[in-house]
Design a protein around this ligand. Structure first.
Ligand SMILES: *[C@@H]1O[C@H](CO)[C@@H](O)[C@H](O)[C@H]1NC(C)=O
Ligand SMILES: *[C@@H]1O[C@H](CO)[C@@H](O)[C@H](O)[C@H]1NC(C)=O
Ligand SMILES: *[C@@H]1O[C@H](CO)[C@@H](O)[C@H](O)[C@H]1NC(C)=O
Ligand SMILES: *[C@@H]1O[C@H](CO)[C@@H](O)[C@H](O)[C@H]1NC(C)=O
Ligand SMILES: *[C@@H]1O[C@H](CO)[C@@H](O)[C@H](O)[C@H]1NC(C)=O
Ligand SMILES: *[C@@H]1O[C@H](CO)[C@@H](O)[C@H](O)[C@H]1NC(C)=O
Ligand SMILES: *[C@@H]1O[C@H](CO)[C@@H](O)[C@H](O)[C@H]1NC(C)=O
Length: 502
């Protein structure tokens, strides 16, 4: 991005205002704490729709076994991923998953989310939901998910719940040994030009459909990559990919007439036939440098991929449907996710962009494994402040849970829920992992939002806490007050009836 250094010297106040608003649109104003763009709630109180369209067997072990899966500690040694199940049951895997997709997330769940005051959800998706991207010779995944996604989005839209489409399981696999990546492998292959290219096609298709398909009207953000390999020296090209991800979103928006400041409006109305012409026209007048070779190639491929998806959805694309749409908020894991000199995703921003921080204590390495140490650590953390300093704002906590490395009491879990919600709502808000687990799963106590509500750990109104001062005794600066502030945590008083039958 090249901008003149001279702004503010000779311009009139109006020109200056325009330049400044352009700068703030680009989110490159140094040190600015950008307000969230208007297309998402000013504070997100959300949950993940985990295990719906990317299934993680640990969350629903009984159903997984019923589907034909297996349980094992090392995911390489049994049928523990969608890939492995699809490879084992090639003839009817689609039917097996159709049952899961239609029962794991339903209108009842949407009603419960609405009753619980949830205003946003993050939906983990695999690349295979855009079916033409799958190389069926060596890659095995179920087909048909896109219709369930469209129906689910429609229910969410009706309920006024806004949506982040989270590219959670990427082509080639982005993280080793993880069922959430769709395939369990020791050698992630996502970090190659081929797989970055497939991901850009996915991104283009999701951008088109989010703006044009009426059922996708609740989508405000698309997340590029869930939890990539943490060591940045093992993710070559990832910074360039991040830039091309944003360019792809903005390029699609430009082609279909969603306002992209800095891009002159293209003449004429887009339709399925003139997209190639418009692409050529846009490339020729590209002032923002959107159309790098990988982006141009991905767009060119995305047009027929989009038509394939439209046929699957029995949807006649109406290119005039998006005129009132706000640009998509592009979303990345924050810079704190990777180490070893990672690229800063804020370098990729063109237009509204937000960042996603994940924090789990249960996997170790964060704090000593006891209640005092957890609260001491959490209440004194500065991840949010560090993200703001790094230009990674607005930032939401896209995953967290109540899970611990020790056996937690009910009283501790009330505090643990309060303290996390308090610390994680300092910027754009939070999204719990996950909305539910299988009800017979003992892990549901600490990983299911609905069960946390039922047990009274989580407040009925997500913006509230049982005790807004939960962190006071643990703050280093106020630690001397500790003895005088120790008191019974008021959580137990808020227990309520079992509203969530599941
Ligand atoms: C993946 O699992 C294998 C076998 O359990 C282990 O040897 C390897 O270190 C793991 N790799 C990562 C990156 O976790
Ligand atoms: C999927 O995982 C299997 C088992 O680890 C591996 O052999 C295969 O190469 C992986 N395929 C892809 C496309 O990731
Ligand atoms: C990151 O990966 C590189 C290359 O594989 C390795 O040399 C380095 O030690 C790793 N860093 C950490 C913190 O594991
Ligand atoms: C799109 O791909 C077609 C071939 O499939 C090619 O003829 C055309 O030049 C490409 N357009 C752009 C803008 O790259
Ligand atoms: C956050 O804390 C770490 C040390 O724990 C420190 O290095 C860093 O500068 C702090 N960042 C901010 C923004 O305060
Ligand atoms: C938690 O409690 C269970 C059942 O009482 C016990 O088997 C387990 O060892 C305990 N775990 C820890 C970390 O204390
Ligand atoms: C707060 O106090 C704990 C325990 O004394 C210490 O480990 C931690 O580094 C302190 N954190 C900050 C941010 O000062």
């Amino acid at each position: 991005m090249v901008l003149t250094r001279e702004y503010g010297k000779r311009e009139s106040p109006m020109q200056l205002l325009l330049v400044l608003s352009f700068l703030s649109f680009l989110r490159i104003t140094p040190g600015a704490h950008a307000a969230p763009p208007s297309n998402f709630p000013s504070k997100i109180y959300g949950v993940n729709l985990g295990s719906w369209l990317v299934l993680e067997p640990w969350m629903l072990p009984n159903e997984w076994v019923t589907m034909g899966g297996e349980q094992c500690d090392d995911c390489l040694t049994c049928i523990s991923t969608e890939f492995a199940l699809a490879a084992t049951y090639p003839d009817d895997v689609d039917e097996r998953f159709a049952v899961h997709w239609s029962t794991w997330f339903t209108q009842d769940d949407v009603n419960n989310l609405q009753d619980a005051g949830i205003n946003a959800v993050r939906i983990p998706l695999g690349y295979w939901i855009v079916e033409p991207l799958v190389n069926r010779v060596i890659e095995h995944y179920p087909r048909g998910g896109i219709k369930y996604l469209a129906n689910g989005l429609d229910m969410l839209r009706e309920a006024g719940i806004q949506v982040i489409l989270d590219h959670h399981a990427l082509p080639g696999v982005q993280s080793a040994n993880q069922s959430f990546a769709g395939n369990c492998t020791l050698t992630p292959q996502f970090y190659t030009d081929y797989n970055y290219g497939r991901t850009l096609v996915w991104t283009a298709v999701m951008t088109f459909i989010s703006h044009l398909h009426p059922q996708f009207g609740s989508v405000f953000s698309i997340e590029a990559t869930n939890e990539p390999t943490m060591n940045a020296t093992q993710t070559p090209g990832f910074g360039d990919f991040q830039k091309n991800f944003v360019r792809t979103v903005r390029a699609v928006e430009w082609l279909i007439g969603v306002d992209v400041p800095g891009c002159p409006a293209l003449e004429g109305t887009p339709n399925a036939k003139n997209l190639y012409e418009r692409l050529a026209q846009a490339c020729a007048t590209d002032t923002l440098g959107l159309f790098t070779p990988p982006v141009t190639e991905a767009l060119n491929t995305s047009f027929h991929t989009l038509r394939y998806i439209a046929r699957e959805l029995e949807w006649k694309i109406d290119f005039t449907a998006c005129q009132e749409r706000q640009p998509i908020t592009t979303n990345f894991m924050d810079i704190l996710w990777q180490d070893d000199d990672p690229p800063n995703p804020s370098d990729a921003a063109i237009g509204p962009q937000a960042y996603d921080h994940h924090l789990y204590y249960s996997f170790g390495g964060v704090a000593a494994a006891n209640p005092e140490a957890y609260l001491q650590n959490l209440c004194n953390r500065n991840d949010t402040q560090q993200d703001v300093v790094d230009g990674n704002a607005p930032v939401w906590y896209g995953e967290f849970s109540l899970a611990t490395e020790f056996n937690a009491t009910d009283e501790f879990l009330c505090k643990w829920a309060d303290a996390q919600k308090l610390i994680y709502s300092q910027n754009a808000g939070w999204l719990f992992w996950s909305f539910k687990l299988e009800s017979t799963n003992p892990l549901a106590r600490q990983w299911s939002y609905f069960e946390g509500l039922e047990r009274g750990y989580l407040t009925q109104d997500p913006s509230q806490l049982h005790d807004p001062d939960v962190c006071v005794p643990y703050k280093n600066s106020t630690a001397s007050k500790r003895d005088s502030t120790v008191r019974k945590h008021p959580c137990g008083a808020h227990k309520h009836s079992n509203r969530f039958a599941h």
